[in-house]
Ligand binder design. Sequence first.
Ligand code: ADP
Ligand code: MG
Length: 257
Amino acid sequence: MGKVIAVFNQKGGVGKTTTNVNLSACLAAKGKKVLVIDIDPQGNTTSGLGIDKNHLAYSMYDLIIGNAEVRQCIYDTKRDNLFIIPSSVQLAGAEIELTEMEGREMRLKCAIQDICHEYDYIFVDCPPSLGLLTINALTAVDRVLIPIQCEYYALEGVSQLMNTIELVKKNLNPALEIQGVVLSMFDGRTNLSIQVVDEVKKYFRGKVYTTLIPRNVRLAEAPSYGLSIIEYDAKSKGAEAYCELAEEFLDLEEDVI
Ligand code: ADP
Ligand code: MG
């Protein structure tokens, strides 16, 4: 059975999309079959993987509204083992349309039910909000991967994030667990980054990945070419870090099994 994971933090700009794209690409390069689901109307995962979100027959919008079958919404990213359900501009309107719909929190879960077993991992990139799209993501997954940026107030908003996870767990998805916490935009030259790592490790005891994702300009450049970091600059510090994270992720998976 494939494992379904949401990349979630309601704060914007913390590295959700960067982690989603690059961890998925690294796992796919290691031979795991991966499906990326972009449920963020901004569609940065979609464009980051080189897909033009303006010219799609079907997208996440059609899937969640019920206009299309799941297989019609899955696209080949033209990379080995890496597939995507892309976002599109219409998805922004789905939040409102969903409020009127039956089973509005469970629509993604129901829509992907039949295809989960076809992938080793499915990663859902969440929008930076706590609306119905995020609730759909948290209801559809087994686990949550939380990126946290190494900056002032890194833990600000984390209690709200944990409350949301608890609420979803209580009401919609009892099996929901935290997969792990990824520290992003780490700068080893600053005391601040080092302090944040300590603080986050104290808060999320045992859940924080040892691999730290450094601040690396190549990671910020890659999406504008529609490339993952291992395609754009495989020798960069960012590529090294995401490959290492993928290895750590898989090692921990084996421990669980
Ligand atoms: P989110 O999805 O949480 O909003 P993003 O992954 O889009 O966050 O990252 C926000 C911005 O920071 C983007 O412009 C991205 O390219 C850049 N970025 C993300 N991670 C890094 C990093 N480790 N080093 C440098 N820039 C980064
Ligand atoms: Mg994003």
